[in-house]
Design a protein around this ligand. Structure first.
Ligand code: ZN
Length: 291
């Protein structure tokens, strides 16, 4: 028998462990090649996922550009979520097929910033991301996605290049789907920290839902249109969150970037979002950044 006082003491010791539940899901970030500073942004993505309390995170780093890629075979089926911070050489065909099967069978996928520049010639990948940019994309790769001022989404097949951005600046994000679990109860408008504002992206844009846009200001070299920047898609049984935000560390330290990434990641895995919205979420007037 353990004396009562000692037993109470042991219960007190165990209490914090019982309150903070262990992270439930395994996530894998892929990086290793990018025309962006992936080695600097991946730690922010990892921290955001871990800080949600939902994920443990591994990182799979590919060989560098031009090196032998044949050994790059992450075991996707060990994970609930894959986050791509990758824009580079093609993966082995077997890896592509395993990734397609992972998402098709219900795996969650987050495509982050320039990951939607990658793999122009991989049709199934473009189905997953919906729209992409650069790498000589044109009308042959799919449509532009237009969002009218009142929020109607349409596809525009007119010819032209896919992918562009103007000068970096802080800009206002506007929710277009207020009822989606990722966006529910977020402020309808919030300031995003200095970032690129992708425009004129194009692709198959199937099974895609626009969550938020930002106005691409001609004064900053933009299109004068409301450009979709946060999207969800489905591919088979898989759910995909597409964030075009996050060029560099200013942008990935934005509380709005972090919170939408965390919520998008949870939704991609479960189809629901149970995370609370933090008190420091930005409003329509001021950028909020983490240290
Ligand atoms: Zn960029």
């Amino acid at each position: 028998m353990v004396p009562m006082q000692i037993r109470n003491f042991l219960v007190l010791l165990a209490l914090p462990l019982m309150v903070s539940a262990a992270p439930k899901y395994k996530a894998l970030i892929i990086d290793g090649q990018n025309n962006h500073k992936w080695a600097e942004t991946t730690p922010y993505l990892k921290k955001a996922l871990e800080d949600s309390g939902l994920f443990t995170v591994d990182v799979a780093t590919t060989p560098s550009k031009g090196k032998d890629m044949s050994g790059f075979r992450p075991k996707f089926s060990d994970y609930k979520l894959v986050v791509s911070n990758y824009n580079g050489d093609r993966w082995p065909e077997a890896t592509n097929q395993e990734f397609e099967a992972f998402v098709k069978n219900g795996g969650g996928f987050v495509t982050y910033h320039a990951a939607d520049n990658a793999f122009r010639e991989w049709a199934e990948y473009n189905q997953m991301i919906g729209v992409g940019g650069w790498e000589r994309r044109t009308e042959k790769d799919g449509a532009y996605v237009r969002v009218s001022p009142d929020g109607k989404v349409s596809l525009d097949n007119s010819p032209g290049p896919g992918g562009h951005h103007g000068k970096q600046h802080a800009y206002l994000m506007v929710t277009r789907d207020k009822t989606h679990p990722i966006m529910k109860r977020l402020p309808e408008k919030w300031m995003h920290a200095q970032d690129e504002l992708y425009d004129s992206m194009r692709g198959p844009a199937q099974n895609m839902n626009v969550l938020a846009t930002a106005f691409s200001d001609p004064a900053m070299g933009g299109t004068g249109k409301d450009e979709p920047l946060l999207m969800t898609l489905t591919y088979g049984k898989g759910r995909i969150f597409h964030t075009m935000l996050g060029h560099y560390t200013d942008a990935v330290r934005c509380v709005g970037f972090v919170v939408t990434l965390q919520r998008g990641a949870e939704w991609a895995v479960t189809g629901k979002v149970k995370q609370k919205i933090p008190a420091n979420f930005p409003d329509a007037t001021a950028v909020k950044q983490l240290p």
